[in-house]
Design a protein around this ligand. Structure first.
Ligand code: PNS
Length: 177
């Protein structure tokens, strides 16, 4: 029987519990799910592409049918390259609908046989976004329960000036060796 491969494209800057919830749901209904991090989605992301990829790989290790990749260019072209027949996207609230509908219909125009499948994350994540997580973390608020512990830790490391300095020193010392 034909395997159904889906891609789950996004910026994931950073991955949140909402993303993880959707990945868990997607992994149940697709034979293979590829979490695809878009390169250059924003000019200055908080986490580099490599950092986001590493976090997602660690977070999805327990799902045997989930892999993580990066892509650029059109989502439809990437889906074709990976042999995917579906694009997974999350819809949290009505406010997401318009943008998601536009994207889904544009993708359909570009590749009519590629289906967009919308899933809803658990309701406790319905207000959650990477943008808000970044903002709250940058302003010193708690992001506990909103992101996995690994992401919380990485955010702390990135935003805490003392830890930042320590990393910079280590990196500098490393270069000299
Ligand atoms: O997590 P995001 O930022 O909402 O994800 C948006 C994403 C990556 C799905 C969208 O920007 C995208 O598909 N970009 C790739 C370029 C493309 O195909 N554009 C046309 C889509 S209609």
């Amino acid at each position: 029987m034909k395997k159904v491969i889906a891609i789950y494209p996004g910026s994931f800057d950073p991955p949140t519990n909402g993303h993880l919830d959707l990945i868990a749901r997607g992994s149940q209904i697709f034979d293979e799910l590829i979490v695809a991090v878009l390169r250059n989605a924003e000019k200055s992301p908080l986490f580099s592409l490599a950092e986001r990829r590493l976090m997602l790989e660690a977070l999805t290790e327990r799902f045997k049918n989930v892999q993580v990749d990066t892509f650029d260019g059109l989502t439809v072209d990437y889906a074709t390259k990976m042999g995917a027949s579906a694009v997974l996207r999350g819809i949290r609230a009505i406010s997401d609908y318009e943008y998601e509908l536009q994207m889904a219909l544009m993708n359909r125009k570009l590749r009519p046989d590629l289906e967009t499948v919308f899933m809803m994350p658990a309701e406790q994540y319905s207000y959650l976004s990477s943008k808000l997580v970044r903002e709250v973390a940058q302003l010193g608020g708690s992001i506990k329960d909103l992101v996995p512990e690994l992401v919380e830790q990485r955010l702390k490391e990135k935003l805490d000036p003392a830890i930042k300095l320590q990393h910079a020193r280590k990196a500098k010392a490393g270069k000299r060796v």
